[in-house]
Design a protein around this ligand. Structure first.
Ligand SMILES: Nc1ncnc2c1ncn2[C@@H]1O[C@H](COP(=O)(O)OP(=O)(O)OP(=O)(O)O)[C@@H](O)[C@H]1O
Ligand SMILES: [Mg+2]
Length: 285
């Protein structure tokens, strides 16, 4: 399910208190792919993605999600149709958990969209297993969980509805290295199922590993839309200017470039970096 931002402007607050945040955003997020959104803190990433499920509505312009059109005129009563298609995991998962137990929390979505109690429970259990939250936590209060476990519960809550689009706002925050590796696998499996994934991330290794396309935001504007290899091959000065990092291997390659090395194609994974260094050694023998 594709998403299209057309001339989207957004301001928090109204009248003299209006704070413009998004400026003339035009952006296509292709169906069935993983789109990463990166950019400095405060650049408008979370504000942008909250337009995909109608949590925020454009002040001007429109967002098309498949054949649903979201604009300033969209009525609240029409939003459930959109929300059934768009699962959103918020930047701060504690803000979306609310039920007395984890299981009830995850069942809420399926129940809300009309599933029977039995079906909702099945969907919730499947989702909880999929995010790797052990059964012993299912009957606990979501607020008794650790940050990483809360994140898993919040992801399960959206997965249980099986939406065509999954929006994940910094889902790796609060996860330990193993949790992060599991998250990577989960995001890949969502794509394999044909879902459209939108992922906000500050971790460029994750972006490199997952994204088909990367959207760079700065000051509420789209600065670049590129595949990760093209993006991470931009000149060093651009990354400084945008306060953007590179993947670990790319950062190291940049240091080597500053020391006089030349790469035809900047290595962006550790494997590629090792191969490039090996090739240089052969050259010098
Ligand atoms: N509820 C709000 N009311 C008023 N201003 C807000 C609100 N939420 C965000 N902003 C402002 O909008 C701008 C963009 O914020 P946003 O949270 O979208 O950025 P972000 O790119 O997600 O940042 P981060 O990487 O820190 O999560 C910031 O200047 C922020 O202060
Ligand atoms: Mg944010």
């Amino acid at each position: 399910m594709a998403i299209e931002f057309q001339q989207v402007n957004f301001a928090y607050g109204q009248g003299s208190l209006a704070q413009p945040v998004l400026h003339n955003v035009n952006l296509t997020i292709p169906a069935g792919q993983i789109t990463a959104i990166v950019g400095q803190t405060g650049s408008g990433k979370s504000t942008l993605v909250q337009h995909i499920n109608g949590l925020l509505k454009p002040t001007a312009g429109q967002v098309k999600v498949d054949d649903f059109v979201l604009s300033a005129e969209t009525k609240e009563k029409d939003l459930p149709k959109l929300r059934a298609q768009v699962g959103m995991v918020f930047q701060f998962p504690e803000s979306q958990l609310f039920a007395a137990t984890v299981l009830e929390d995850v069942m809420y979505g399926p129940l809300n969209f009309g599933q029977s109690k039995v079906a909702a429970r099945q969907a919730a259990e499947k989702a909880l297993q999929r995010v790797g939250l052990a059964e012993e936590f299912w009957t606990k209060s979501p607020f008794a969980l650790s940050g990483g476990q809360m994140r898993r519960a919040a992801i399960a809550g959206t997965l249980a509805v099986d939406p065509a689009i999954m929006v994940l706002d910094e889902p790796a925050a609060g996860l330990d290295p193993r949790g992060q590796a599991e998250l990577l696998d989960l995001v890949r499996s969502l794509k394999d199922e044909g879902k459209t994934v939108v992922l906000i991330s500050h971790q460029m290794d994750q972006v490199m590993a997952l994204a088909d396309q990367v959207v760079v935001m700065a000051h509420g504007e789209v600065q670049a839309v590129e595949d990760p290899v093209t993006l991470f091959n931009r000149p060093a000065a651009w990354f400084q200017q945008e306060h953007l990092e590179l993947p670990t291997a790319g950062k190291f390659a940049l240091e080597l470039e500053q020391g006089g090395w030349h790469f035809d194609q900047r290595p962006l994974t550790l494997e590629a970096l090792a191969a490039a260094i090996n090739a240089k050694e052969v050259e010098h023998e």
